[in-house]
Design a protein around this ligand. Structure first.
Ligand code: SPD
Length: 357
């Protein structure tokens, strides 16, 4: 009996020591702990001065980590090794994370600044009643083009990109849904198409675009276009705004065949350690002055109605980035197409990427 008790005691002590060491390790890496708020966001997607202001006002230290695709973010959160208090997924990814039970319901009482969001950005189909998510930025996908490098030629359609005169002139955003969506739209299909023949057709069409593709890149796409390393970029609208602000030879168009309307929202993952801090951070970002400062810094469009009056007029009235949605052609929000179909989109995109020069 004594040996049995000693055995249990040894197991208990070992388990406790392991728990303690894991916590120390997590805290050393910056994850978890009630003195920190860990935020997982897209690259180049916040004004660092706002992080410092939040830390100063609340006493919580922000541990900030970035990702470059919804797929990478979801894999990391689902795997659970690192835990985050706040993350910023897009529409279809939010729906998928809700389905996979990866998110905590929000306490709206702790988010009084939610009232500043324009109603058309609330209660969207990927998260009815905003039970799990609140708006951060929104936008479209389109084409940035350099008028001078194209000799005055204007671009209006996705299909313009297949013009043989554009050899080695196109940079593509590194996103499976964006690139597959562009090819599907160019063929007259929906960017949520699930017909495998249509998807293969889109992939074959992408292969025919490859001679014109200079590179498929992440956030560096902005610098490359500003520095005129290529004449054309397929980009998110907020990146386009930032690029055009740096080089006025460039313009942005949302192609007439149709494109993507997207929403990035803030959520609290189920594994969050500091739920109080997570709500405080989200509410801080929803404050109109903070939302305006953030929008001006990153270039993306804010869904915060009250923030618009703090933005310079030339930004808030720019129809390219704050369009009246009825006036923009056929825009679709990415749908959660289910695990297998999303994996198929990724597989086709990876096959396409493998044939890069
Ligand atoms: N550099 C910030 C990029 C944010 C882009 N989010 C858009 C996602 C559209 N699905």
């Amino acid at each position: 009996m004594k040996r049995l008790v000693q055995g249990f005691a040894a197991i208990f002590i070992a388990a406790f020591a392991l728990m303690f060491m894991t916590q120390q390790l997590n805290e050393a890496e910056g994850y978890g702990g009630d003195k920190t708020v860990s935020v997982y966001n897209w690259g180049d997607y916040i004004d660092p001065a706002l992080i410092r202001k939040f830390e100063k006002e609340t006493g919580w230290k922000v541990i900030y980590e970035t990702f470059d695709s919804n797929e990478a973010m979801m894999a990391k959160i689902a795997q659970g090794g690192a835990t985050f208090d706040v993350a910023v997924p897009s529409d279809y990814a939010i729906s998928k994370m809700i389905e996979e039970n990866l998110l905590l319901p929000l306490d709206h009482n702790k988010l009084p600044n939610l009232k500043y969001i324009e109603p058309r950005f609330l209660d969207l189909s990927f998260d009815p009643h905003n039970r799990y998510s609140v708006p951060y930025f929104w936008g479209t996908v389109g084409i940035v083009y350099n008028r001078e490098m194209l000799g005055g030629k204007t671009i209006t359609d996705w299909n313009d990109l297949w013009d043989p005169s554009l050899r080695n002139q196109i940079l593509l955003v590194d996103g499976a849904r964006e690139v597959m969506g562009m090819a599907l739209n160019s063929l007259g299909y929906s960017l949520n198409d699930t017909n495998k023949h249509h998807l293969r057709e889109a992939k074959q069409k992408l292969d025919r675009l490859m001679p014109n593709v200079k590179a498929i890149v992440g956030d560096e796409i902005k610098l490359l276009l500003v520095n005129e390393e290529a004449a054309i970029g397929v980009v998110w609208s907020g990146d386009a705004a930032e690029i055009i602000a740096e080089n006025d030879k460039l313009d942005y168009v949302v192609p007439e065949e149709g494109s993507n309307l997207w929403f990035d929202n803030m959520v609290i993952p189920k594994t969050a350690k500091n739920i109080e801090g997570a709500h405080a951070f989200i509410n801080f970002m929803l404050d109109p002055k903070h939302a305006a400062q953030n929008a001006e810094y990153v270039g993306y469009s804010t869904p915060n109605k009250a923030a618009l009056r703090y933005l310079p007029k030339d930004i808030a009235n720019d129809q390219r980035f704050y369009p009246d949605l009825d006036s923009v052609g056929r825009l679709e929000v990415y749908e959660n197409l289910g695990k297998r179909m999303l994996a198929y989109y990724n597989e086709l995109f990876l096959e396409f990427k493998m044939h890069q020069k």
